[in-house]
Design a binder for this molecule. Structure first.
Ligand code: AMP
Ligand code: GLY
Length: 426
């Protein structure tokens, strides 16, 4: 098979890394890719910003059998619809289904209508009304821009002051552009977070192993919300009972709810969970694989991913199974100093080969670029240094041994990735 992966982050590097190992695959392309991906696949700098016809042309010319779309933004803008209209096979939800991530208001309504456990909420289109509501309830909340904001449009408002300020940032200062046309204000949930990922063909679902992400920029979950500073798998908080509960009370009702709205969801459904005292509740739905969850999940996947992706598109997911490696995985994200606030790029990166040579370690590229023959930083999250090892403690140690080999000016990473798993297993 000839496969095309769309995207340029560490999640897409991980997809490509996994797909090139498939005996079914003859050639892998990536659009637009990054310097790490370019070491194992052929990258083409076709922009994702416009209407996707150039990418579909490319898929036609290169006789691509299957296109895998990594990020939410092209999914939400209908890349899969464009491919389908031209008779090309593309993995991921179509635009109607991708709304599950693209609109928080939509997701909350779907959950309410299908009895899916989640935080109580209200949606506002007017800042004054939102602020009046905050004053009335005077309780800890999370303020969320309705639309896509690269994982940064969610602001904790644990006091009235911070909540009001958050509404102003989203709706008045427009820090997230049109994503802030509407704001969802939701009750703060307390507990431990976990990520639950399933593949679905719209009817059947195949759950992945559990994982946990570290969203905050600084150690001890302090600082600001980011796209994710690290992840590990398995997440011990996800017991077999909780997994079963998530499948029955969240995943199955969400998938059948989408289908009965005429929005059949095919692809990867990512459920951000809070494991509360009252059981698992949904924090968010995403319509794609998490990043950095991708790095830990796909390094633990034993089976060939390609037949699973194919079965999702073909509606035959019930005929495939997925085996997992017994080892644990940890990913530590190395970011540009300053991220998620403004940061400088163009810092030369050294030690990548030494890090890759550490036992069990694979370095996935996120925001990197070529600069006069060197690999340099080119984004906020720069690398996902990922280790596979017999247990979570040695996976954490392995990832940090990899990190220790890599240097670039103002590199920032958390030093406590996986601490909750260590707490639970010690
Ligand atoms: P989201 O982009 O919706 O996943 O939110 C980003 C992060 O904000 C989540 O991973 C949680 O850490 C936190 N968060 C969002 N909503 C809530 C909530 N209702 N209660 C507690 N934490 C939340
Ligand atoms: N790591 C969280 C996300 O991909 O949304």
């Amino acid at each position: 098979m000839r496969i095309l992966v769309v995207g340029s982050g560490a999640r897409e590097h991980t997809f490509v890394w996994k797909i090139v190992q498939s005996p079914l695959v003859e050639k892998v392309y990536c659009v637009p890719g990054n310097p790490g991906i370019a070491q194992i696949a052929e990258c083409r700098p076709i922009p994702l910003e416009d209407n996707f016809s150039a990418i579909a042309d490319f898929a036609e010319t290169e006789k691509i059998d299957l296109t895998v779309v990594g990020p939410e933004d092209p999914l939400a803008r209908g890349i899969v619809d464009v491919f389908q209209a031209r008779g090309l096979r593309a993995f991921g939800p179509d635009q109607k289904a991708a709304i599950l991530e693209a609109s928080k208001d939509f997701a909350k309504r779907l959950m309410a209508e299908n009895g899916i456990p989640t935080a109580a909420y209200r949606t506002f289109e007017d800042a004054d009304a939102a602020i009046a509501y905050l004053e009335e309830i005077n309780a800890p909340v999370f303020v969320k821009a309705d639309g896509l904001a690269a994982g940064k449009g969610v602001i904790p408002g644990l006091t009235l002051d911070t909540a009001v300020k958050a509404v102003q940032e989203v709706m008045v200062d427009r820090n997230f552009g049109s994503a802030g046309d509407k704001v969802v204000i939701e009750e703060a949930l307390f507990g431990e977070e976990a990520s639950f990922t399933v593949l679905t063909d719209g009817v059947s679902c195949l759950p992945f192993v559990s994982s946990q992400d570290h969203k905050m920029s600084l150690d001890g979950d302090k600082g600001k919300n980011t796209g994710g500073m690290g992840a590990y798998s398995p997440a011990p908080v996800m017991t077999p009972e909780i997994n079963e509960q998530v499948m029955n009370t969240i995943v199955r009702p969400a998938i059948s709810g989408m289908a009965s709205e005429g929005r059949t969801f095919k692809g990867i459904l990512y459920v951000g969970l809070m494991i509360t005292e009252a059981g698992p509740k949904v924090i968010e739905f995403n319509c794609r694989l998490g990043d950095p969850e991708a790095q830990v999940l796909l390094t633990r996947m034993e089976s060939d991913l390609v037949p699973m992706l194919d079965a999702c598109i073909g509606g035959t997911l019930d005929t495939v199974e997925c085996k997992w490696k017994p080892e644990a995985a940890t990913c530590v994200v190395m970011a540009s100093g300053g991220y998620p606030d403004p940061y400088e790029t163009g810092k030369v990166i050294t030690g990548l080969d030494r890090a890759d040579a550490v036992e069990g370690v694979t370095v996935f590229h996120a925001g990197t670029q070529m600069q006069n023959g060197d690999i340099a930083t080119g984004g906020g999250r720069v690398l996902g240094v990922t280790a596979l090892a017999p247990d979570i403690r040695s996976a954490i140690e392995g990832a940090y041994r990899g990190v220790a080999e890599i240097h670039f000016d103002q590199a920032h990473f958390r030093s406590d990735i996986g601490y909750r798993a260590l707490d639970r297993t010690s």
